[in-house]
Design a protein around this ligand. Structure first.
Ligand SMILES: CC(C)(COP(=O)(O)OP(=O)(O)OC[C@H]1O[C@@H](n2cnc3c(N)ncnc32)[C@H](O)[C@@H]1OP(=O)(O)O)[C@@H](O)C(=O)NCCC(=O)NCCS
Length: 146
């Protein structure tokens, strides 16, 4: 399963904002329209659309870490409900880590997750992310050293 991260453009913007998680997952990630709006006021944020071949399947948002110049943050990650459970989330996560290393020389990648989000926690820990013990705005912080 391989995926590609592509910029948000005039062509794919509407489609990216229409991607949705399952109703019971709505507390786990902000709507993509909100994430893209945030990039207007956080100019260092980088949104990317996740493609499997030519199919738009998800969304990722990156931001540098304020307190760690050698680290980079994955702020949002989502796979549309129609495409979940096929390995695309894991592939998108690996591609996101590769992006942080390639584009930002990241030596560690940080993310945070709602404690009740068992699926994402399982995915992250099996992909080498370790809980740091820190809680950020009620979310469990996890870091992967490169
Ligand atoms: C989390 C999310 C990105 C995963 O995407 P996905 O395409 O469904 O994930 P995958 O098919 O690649 O499966 C990833 C792993 O999840 C894990 N997983 C699946 N269901 C699980 C469960 N109930 N409990 C624990 N782990 C689970 C498995 O380890 C699976 O990996 P494996 O089958 O390769 O061993 C997707 O479910 C999503 O968008 N959720 C809503 C938004 C969200 O929670 N984003 C994360 C915010 S931090």
């Amino acid at each position: 399963m391989s995926v590609e991260l592509r910029p948000i453009t005039q062509e794919n913007l509407r489609a990216v904002t229409k991607l949705e998680v399952r109703p019971e997952q709505s507390d786990f990630v902000a709507p993509n329209a909100v994430s893209i709006a945030e990039t207007y006021v956080y100019p260092k944020a980088e949104p990317r659309a996740v493609y499997s071949g030519d199919e738009l399947v998800g969304f990722v948002l990156f931001h540098p870490l304020d307190s760690d110049s050698r680290g980079h943050g994955i702020v949002r990650l989502m796979i549309d409900h129609r495409f979940q459970g096929q390995g695309l989330g894991r592939a998108a996560l690996e591609e996101a880590v590769a992006f942080a290393v390639r584009e930002h020389n990241a030596q560690r990648v940080r993310l945070s997750v709602v404690p009740a989000n068992e699926k994402a926690r399982g995915l992250y820990s099996s992909a080498g992310f370790v809980e740091t013990g820190e809680i950020d705005h009620g979310e469990v912080v996890m870091v992967r050293e490169i």
